[in-house]
Design a protein around this ligand. Structure first.
Ligand code: XUL
Length: 490
């Protein structure tokens, strides 16, 4: 059977078609070619039009079909990985009522803080495993408070991946992992959080039916099947946020190994069985794709909003039409430390590991007679790597053992320079694999559709492409960077 994997990212939608027999990739494509826009009409706001996600998906799939390497009618199941924590709201006729408020949007931080106070630190820590922060529930509360005309028309609220599944199948559902990433889930009770719904006065009917990640989330509608050339009735058999999905793609299902991504955001993701929560919600705990009430598997996640977003901003601003590969070549000609230039990559919304503050991005140490664009390119990658180190220390403070990181060879992990900066600054080895979010979503579909009996079987063909080992002492450089950062913190 062929499997279609969809990765709804912030910068593009990527799709891959896999042969379930040998897990080979028959076609892969993404849309748009350059990064998709984020609409930001006010500081700290970040929205995207869900209709654009649908158009990107159709375009990316049509590009795959045009390669002529598979028959769309042979696809037997579809899986979706998606940008987390976003809010999509629909009316009775499945019409989208406003733009999606996406994960990096910070408008709801204060509403989340008020909710945390009202619910109590203990309840948030022990039951929600997080403060409501500016996650989906707080975003919905913002719509309720500020756009009552929109709120009154809401039939269902959903995560971005639930929206794509709805478009494909006409059916609306969500997942336990999705509810947990929106901070709607009470892990102690293993159910929707009643105190949270009561506090925000959300009716329970606004929450779609809840399923496991590996389950049937609907069947492709006849109209969509005709449009895309798919067989009508094939299932969407898997849905998960992009970070748990990335972990699945790397075979990270249990404690021990740790997964990372460096796309628009950067994430380190560890799996644990205990209901772990950081006292200040600087790292977050959500249900993993294999979470079961009786068999809890939780993903503990450190997120840096300004990762690929910072790298893209620098490229767009001073790199013009240069490709990322050309920028990496230039950066590699500058020595480690970027000759004193330092970058704080925090310009993409409230940073959870910085107590939901939004210090903004900054560049320091520029010498106009010495430095060129190459110094900025390198300092950007080193600044992002230093931010990873800062976050990893918080994970270790929470007794998470991170002795090795696994990542797909994609996004910023395509850059050898970034990989080396990452291992040098975090002092943690890195293994790279031939996978990405769209492949993970395809494998997830295979599990959900029963083609594979376990995640271990689905990821058995995972190929390692290389590894990086820490090679230099970066203590002094990192201490200087951290000292600069402390100037921005409360
Ligand atoms: C994870 C997070 C981001 C988004 C990006 O908690 O907010 O990594 O999932 O798509």
């Amino acid at each position: 059977m062929l499997l279609l994997g969809i990765d709804l990212g912030t910068s593009s939608v990527k799709v891959s078609v896999l042969d379930s027999n040998d897990q080979s990739v028959l076609a892969s494509s993404q849309s748009p070619d350059r990064e998709a826009p984020i609409l930001s009409s006010r500081p700290g706001w970040a929205e995207q039009d869900p209709a654009s996600w649908w158009s990107y998906l159709v375009e990316a799939f049509e590009k795959c079909v045009a390669l002529g390497t598979f028959k769309p009618g042979d696809i037997g199941a579809i899986g979706i990985g998606y940008q987390m924590h976003g809010l999509v709201v629909t009316g009775k006729g499945q019409n989208v009522l406003r733009n999606a408020i996406i994960w990096s949007d910070s408008r709801a931080v204060s509403l989340g803080e008020m909710a945390a106070q009202a619910l109590g630190e203990e309840y948030c820590r022990d039951h929600l495993l997080n403060s409501p922060g500016n996650f989906t529930a707080s975003k919905l509360a913002w719509v309720k408070a500020n756009e009552p005309l929109v709120y009154d028309q809401i039939d269902k609220m959903m995560l971005p991946g639930d929206y794509l599944a709805m478009k494909l199948t006409g059916e609306i559902s969500t997942t336990v992992t999705g509810l947990s990433e929106g901070i709607f889930y009470d892990f102690k009770e293993a159910s929707l959080s009643r105190p949270l719904l009561d506090y925000f006065k959300f009716p329970e009917t606004i929450i779609p039916p809840v399923k496991d990640s590996f389950d049937v989330h609907g069947h492709i509608s006849p109209e969509v099947a005709a449009h895309l050339g798919l067989k009508p009735g094939i299932p969407v058999a898997y849905k998960a946020g992009d970070q748990p999905n990335n972990a699945l793609s790397l075979g990270v299902l249990d404690s021990g190994v740790v997964a990372a991504t460096a796309g628009t955001s950067g994430v380190i993701y560890a799996v644990t069985e205990s209901l772990l929560s950081d006292k200040a919600s600087r790292i977050n705990t959500f249900a993993h794709v294999n979470y079961q009430k009786e068999h809890p598997r939780l993903g503990v996640l450190l997120c840096i909003n300004g990762t690929g977003s910072m790298n893209r901003w620098i490229r767009d601003l001073i790199g013009g039409d240069l490709s990322y590969a050309e920028i990496n070549d230039q950066a590699a000609r500058v020595p480690f430390g970027s000759m004193g230039v330092k970058v704080m990559p925090f310009g993409n919304g409230a940073e959870r590991m910085l107590f939901n503050k939004h210090p903004g991005a900054s560049i320091t140490g520029l010498d106009l007679n010495q430095h060129s664009a190459a110094n900025l390119y390198r300092a950007t990658q080193e600044g992002i790597a230093a931010a990873f180190r800062y976050g990893l220390d918080i994970m270790r403070e929470n007794a998470l053992n991170v002795s090795m990181v696994r990542a797909g060879r994609s996004n910023m992990f395509l850059s050898d320079l970034f990989c080396q900066s990452f291992v040098d600054l975090t002092q943690t080895p890195l293994e790279l694999f031939a996978t990405d979010g769209s492949m993970g979503a395809a494998l997830g579909a295979g599990i959900g559709a029963g083609v594979y009996s376990s995640a271990a079987e689905a990821t058995a063909g995972l190929k390692q492409l290389g590894s990086f080992e820490p090679g230099r002492d970066t203590t002094h450089h990192y201490q200087e960077w951290k000292h600069l950062l402390s100037g921005f913190l409360p």
